[in-house]
Design a protein around this ligand. Structure first.
Ligand SMILES: NC(=O)NCCC(=O)O
Ligand SMILES: [Zn+2]
Ligand SMILES: [Zn+2]
Length: 466
């Protein structure tokens, strides 16, 4: 099917531009100056709307086994919710559990996703153990499986944790095969000491999850990862879910030295705080337990993160979507915050939440699109298939209504969660129409897509490797 998106304002990293967009089948075939497009029978009127590339959420955990339970969004519910929010591609984390063959972990993720996704998807691989076998597997995944990024954990000893020697070996391998190392940078063993001491003092509420993960332990691990990457012949490094000023300083300093260091942040760190959310009365704060944790409003984290987005020290905004319900899941940690499964679900709200940066004058329109769509596509080897409105690219397009308003609530969201981390937020802007590979899957709040439309996207190497 062929159709023309008319009268809209196309927004890319370079900014807004009045243009009509011709789609044929699954691809964009041409852009026209207003009034110059050929006549086609089918049109979508985008008057007053921004026409932006479909969002790319490079950090999700659908149905992820974690903390004795499993993330509550399946690939079906989670990718449908993503679509509602203007995200047309996710990159989820396939997991090699400790002791498991890497390829078996990957096969399990293909099984979970096949036929179930509403939008396109790729995988990063979490290495639960770095040894000769998994290092060999990294080569194979890069060469033949379309997986060019590997996540390691300096946190969670005994679960996904890698020690410095293992990290160095994986970085050396990545330097050789062109992969990107993604790092959960928190000093896990030190955090475990603080957690034990807090629990011994009777500090069991969710608030202490944040207190026992101080920003210094994020900064220290970030710095250590950066220096290890330098030792590994400047292996490219991507710090995930960066939350704190001192960690950002480490990234900025490395980048100023010309290093291949990149970082993402997430909406929760831009808006929510240790005191107001994690510190909510009673067990309520469990809704916002995630790692890295929310930071203090009495420090300058949020202002620094917004500035980092502007300067590109923070290149990407992902959600780290890892939802758990309060009932039976978060509740596992009543009386012991360390047993609360870590994660927040926001895959449906990322594009809207970042648009507030434009409304508040903190981000340009171009930078909004760059951080939620274009750079994640480039960073993770999906560009120009994804992340841009250009001839030859997949027709993943969002018509965004700047005059609309979005009210976020558990009563109206589409994620499989029994609460919203953003309950009652009323924000400017609204996703109007979502097109995925040429198919209109959301229009005027109505769902028109189906499970199985989303396809696996094998990825190439990051464009940012040098
Ligand atoms: N971030 C979080 O709290 N849960 C998901 C797992 C991870 O990304 O570390
Ligand atoms: Zn993590
Ligand atoms: Zn994560």
């Amino acid at each position: 099917m062929s159709f023309l998106i008319k009268n809209g304002t196309v927004v890319g990293p370079q900014g807004p531009n009045a243009a009509d967009v011709l789609v044929d089948g699954e691809r964009i075939v041409a852009l026209y100056a207003p009034g110059t497009a050929p006549d086609v029978p089918d049109t979508i009127d985008a008057t007053g709307k921004y026409v932006i590339p479909g969002g790319v959420d490079a950090h999700t955990h659908m149905q992820m086994p974690f903390g004795g339970t499993e993330a509550s969004d399946t690939f079906d519910t989670g990718t449908r919710a993503a679509a509602f929010g203007g995200t047309t591609t996710i990159i989820d984390f396939a997991i090699q559990r400790t002791g498991e063959v890497v390829q078996d972990g990957l096969a399990a993720w293909h099984e979970k996703t096949a036929g179930n996704c509403h939008v396109d998807y790729g995988f990063h691989m979490i290495l639960g153990g770095v040894d000769d076998e998994s290092l060999k597997a990294m080569d194979q995944l890069v060469a033949t499986e379309g997986i060019s990024s590997f996540k390691l954990f300096m946190a969670y000893p005994g679960v996904f944790y890698s020690d410095d020697g293992q990290i160095l070996r994986a970085m050396q391998k990545a330097r050789d095969n062109g992969a990107l190392i993604m790092m959960h940078a928190e000093n896990g063993p030190a955090i475990d000491v603080l957690v034990k001491q807090a629990l011994e003092r009777g500090e069991t509420d969710p608030y202490y999850h944040g207190v026992t993960r101080p920003q210094e332990l994020e900064a220290e691990a970030t710095s250590r990862a950066i220096w290890l990457a330098e030792v590994a012949a400047d292996c490219p490094l991507y710090i995930v879910h960066l939350s704190a000023s001192k960690a950002l300083e480490q990234v900025a300093a490395a980048r100023d030295r010309g290093r291949n260091v990149f970082a993402e942040t997430c909406p929760q760190y831009l808006y929510l705080t240790l005191e107001d959310q994690l510190g909510a009365p009673g067990f309520e704060g469990a809704k916002w337990v995630c790692s890295t944790p929310l930071r203090s409003k009495h420090e300058s984290h949020q202002a620094d993160l917004w500035k980092g987005l502007k300067t590109n020290d923070l290149a990407v905004v992902s959600t780290d979507h890892c939802p758990f319900c309060m009932k039976d899941q978060k509740e596992m940690g009543i009386g012991d915050f360390s047993k609360i499964p870590n994660g927040i679900g926001s895959v449906e709200h990322r594009v809207d939440l970042l648009y507030q940066g434009v409304v508040d004058g903190k981000l340009s329109l171009g930078r909004w699109v760059e951080t939620v769509a274009t750079t994640p596509a480039r960073m993770f080897g999906m560009y120009p298939k994804k992340g841009v409105i250009a001839p030859g690219s997949d027709a993943d397009i969002v018509l965004y209504d700047p005059a609309g308003r979005t009210r976020i609530s558990v009563d109206t969201h589409h994620m499989n969660m029994d609460y919203s981390a953003w309950e009652g937020w009323e924000i400017a802007g609204k996703v109007d129409t979502v097109i995925s590979r040429g198919a209109v899957i959301v229009q005027g709040g109505e769902y028109k897509g189906h499970a199985g439309h989303g396809k696996y996207v094998p990825r190439g190497l990051s464009e940012y490797l040098v």
